[in-house]
Ligand binder design. Structure first.
Ligand code: GLA
Length: 730
């Protein structure tokens, strides 16, 4: 016994030295190795994440919360006991497992022990890499924690390896990350929705048991992939603790919130292994997608701001990351499937007149596509609608000074198509089961190499033959019958993961072949917006619902997690509540994101065209602030019937404020509740002076604008105002 103890102590001393040497090699203080207890402290601006290795060699997460812990590295009131960094199915089933495996001899328990650790650089960021090994079987799991201190964010992912030579290991579940929060009462904020009602906010108390957010079918309408957890007694928008997270994945995902009676909360997230497994052959490795976890003490708004900035500055494809998104015109709401050259050119002419920079034809341009019953899959230009091909149209649009873009829906096929007639086995299917259609479509099984190659060739040809500078990539149905009869028996349930791998590969390959093309993510509106997509698509269509009042709610929700330079918003004729919003109001709502126009503008009066011209010119002026500034959400549209947002430049010298009235008087409101009509700004320099042109050029101190505030500047229902705020030297 004494010998074993001595051996463990020696090993720990050696390991400590090893880790320290490595830490010294990469000079960054975000990850500190500790000797007593043996472990690591990972720091961001406001948070500390602490790991220790127990005497038995178990890697455990002991702390995740306020950075104040740094002054007290040992156990304290918030310290968590016995929370494995990689909880496995094995021993007592008290935790939600990150890893569940079955070995060749049918043993279903895993038992992990610390092997080694390394502090390394992954894509320019300090990263802690820890490897653990099963005590008997050839199973290794390496976990990574990549630190982005200025955003208060950690990226966590794992790799599991079969280091054996003979037998496979069945992975029945592999999540990306498990984190543990100290004992407390917690409220969960998440999003929910449906087609036309995306990104609606929900709040719920986390009581004992498990709350799961998930997608099983490649759509995230019901639960977009984002959450925030706060102690129940910390409700402030701008201060207090908030843990937040999301997953860089677009397929079947899940996040579990496992609340124990002792008050602790475990959050586990990754690929949803419902009806999924993976056979890890000898020598093979399986990597999870990245889980993003953040902690801030700047409240719910601070949490969203950190996440949006992280996405904008580190996740979006580099090519367009800092470039302005063009004002686009999309003809879908004007002409639907009935497109032709002459009519599109007529629209383009007016689009140019009002200041549009990119002209986009949506659905309907390809062979036989007269409605949504046919042609998906046959990606050649419809010669009846475009006898000259697209070439002449694009040439003329380019001659007007606009770029040209087009809609595609690569992952789907209509049964009424040449592609399906030739390859009925290319869709997801099970023998003897109905092939259910959604919007008259079946889903191609993109896990198949032949499907991948067909799509790559089709869209490479389209982009090679035409001067297309923009792709709107749509996906209009959910997954059903996820069968792949031709696949080997042990790969049948890998199909969802293989599909997403190939989807990412397809987008990545097209992007590398056509680096100048801007990509827009769409899925029946905002049905697939996540960091997996936003790391390869420059912007996203937030909803098919373009009614400006609904949009205020949808956009406010979208901005919980995703930055404004990805939030595509068009003005169209839609008016769900028959309130006849003005054109100006529609523009003001759309201008807080990436502006687009979708009206039938050939029918516009001169006055309407002039309004559009003015608004688009103003948008171009404030675009750097909206698309690259820092967003502060000032008034939420949920309980005030008004809404306000401000975007502030990095140097705090200018800002733009969007103010919207939805209704003037809330149902059931009293005189008193109508009174406090204040607009307090945020993000300005308190000691600087600012001029607000729309308010008679009055000059205010930053501290006044933020602490005392302005009278609410909008009068009347469904009215709006945009305020430009500019620093002045007195
Ligand atoms: C989906 C998209 C729309 C439009 C249509 C075309 O519904 O969300 O914006 O592109 O498909 O069929």
């Amino acid at each position: 016994m004494i010998r074993i103890k001595l051996f463990i102590s020696l090993t720990l001393i050696i390991l400590t030295c090893f880790v320290k040497v490595q830490a010294h090699d990469y000079a960054d203080s975000s990850i500190i190795s500790t000797a007593s207890p043996l472990g690591w402290i990972i720091k961001t601006k406001s948070s500390v994440y602490q790991l220790t290795v127990s005497k038995e060699g178990r890697v455990q997460q002991v702390y995740y919360g306020p950075a104040d812990q740094l002054s007290f590295k040992q156990k304290n009131a918030l310290w968590i006991n016995s929370a494995d960094e990689i909880p496995v199915r094995g021993a007592f089933p008290v935790k939600t497992p990150l890893l569940e495996v079955v070995f060749a001899d049918h043993v279903r328990d895993a038992e992990l022990k610390f092997l080694d650790a390394n502090i390394m650089n992954v894509e320019g960021r300090p990263t802690l890499k820890i490897t653990q090994r099963d005590t008997y079987y050839p199973l290794e799991i390496t976990s990574y924690i990549r630190v982005l201190p200025e955003y208060d964010i950690l990226e966590k992912w794992v790799e599991v390896k079969n280091s054996g030579k003979k037998e496979a290991i069945k992975i029945e579940n592999l999540q990306s990350s498990s984190i543990n929060l100290p004992a407390d009462v917690y409220d969960l904020t998440h999003m929910a929705g449906d087609w036309g009602h995306e990104f609606q906010l929900r709040d719920t108390r986390l009581t004992e048991g498990i709350k799961t957010l998930q997608a099983r079918d490649f759509k995230s309408f019901v639960n977009p992939n984002w959450y925030m957890v706060r102690p129940a007694d910390e409700k402030e928008d701008t201060s207090g603790s908030a843990w937040f997270g999301t997953l860089q994945y677009s397929g079947n995902w899940r996040i579990d919130f496992d609340k124990a009676f002792n008050g602790r909360l475990q959050i586990v997230g990754g690929i949803n292994f419902w009806d999924t497994d993976w056979t890890l052959k000898p020598g093979q490795t399986l990597q999870s997608p990245k889980f993003v976890t953040g902690f801030t003490q700047s409240g719910s708004e601070g949490a969203s701001r950190a996440l949006r900035t992280y996405v904008r500055k580190t996740i979006l494809p580099e090519k367009w990351r800092n470039k302005p998104r063009p004002v686009l015109y999309n003809s879908w709401y004007a002409t639907a499937f009935k497109v032709n050259e002459e009519q599109q050119l007529a629209l383009a002419k007016i689009a140019k007149e009002i200041g549009v920079e990119l002209f986009v034809i949506d659905d309907g341009w390809f062979k036989g596509r007269n409605d949504d019953h046919a042609a998906l899959g046959d990606w050649t230009v419809d010669q009846k609608k475009f006898p000259n091909g697209l070439g002449n149209l694009i040439k003329q649009i380019n001659a007007m000074g606009m770029d040209f873009g087009i809609w595609i829906e690569p992952e789907m096929v209509n049964p009424n198509s040449d592609l399906y007639r030739a390859h009925p086995d290319w869709v997801f299917n099970f023998p003897h089961r109905t092939r259910h259609e959604g919007r008259n479509q079946l889903m191609l099984n993109l896990a198949r190499e032949d499907v991948y190659q067909y799509l790559l060739k089709s869209f490479s040809t389209l982009l090679n033959e035409n001067n297309i500078k923009f792709i709107k990539w749509d996906q209009n149905r959910t997954l059903s019958e996820p069968g792949w009869p031709a696949a080997p028996a042990d790969e049948q349930r890998e199909v969802r993961i293989r599909y997403i791998n190939n989807l990412y590969r397809l987008i990545d390959t097209l992007r590398s072949r056509f680096p100048d093309v801007l990509f827009e993510d769409c899925s029946s509106g905002g049905g697939r917006v996540d960091l997996g997509m936003l790391s390869r698509m420059d912007q996203a269509w937030a909803s098919d619902d373009t009614d400006p009042v609904n949009r205020l709610l949808i956009q406010y929700g979208y901005l919980n997690a995703f930055p404004a330079n990805t939030m595509v918003s068009w003005i169209t004729h839609e008016d769900w509540y028959k309130i006849k919003p003005t054109l100006g109001y529609r523009f003001d709502v759309a201008m807080s994101g990436v502006l687009g126009v979708g009206f039938d503008i050939t029918k516009w009066t001169m006055e309407e065209k002039n309004t559009a011209k003015e608004k688009i010119a103003l948008y171009k002026k404030i675009r750097p602030l909206v698309q690259q500034g820092t967003l502060y959400r000032l008034i939420a549209p949920y309980d005030n019937d008004k809404c306000a947002l401000t975007y502030v430049s990095d140097d705090r010298s200018s800002a733009v404020v969007f103010c919207y009235n939805m209704a003037v008087i809330l149902p059931g409101s009293t005189d008193v509740s109508q009174k406090p009509n204040l607009l307090k700004l945020q993000g300005l320099d308190p000691s600087a002076s600012y001029q607000i042109t729309a308010l008679g050029n009055t000059v205010y101190k930053g501290s006044f604008l933020m602490n005392i505030g302005l009278s609410w500047p909008v009068n009347g229902a469904y009215q709006s105002k945009i305020l430009e705020v500019q620093k002045v030297t007195e």
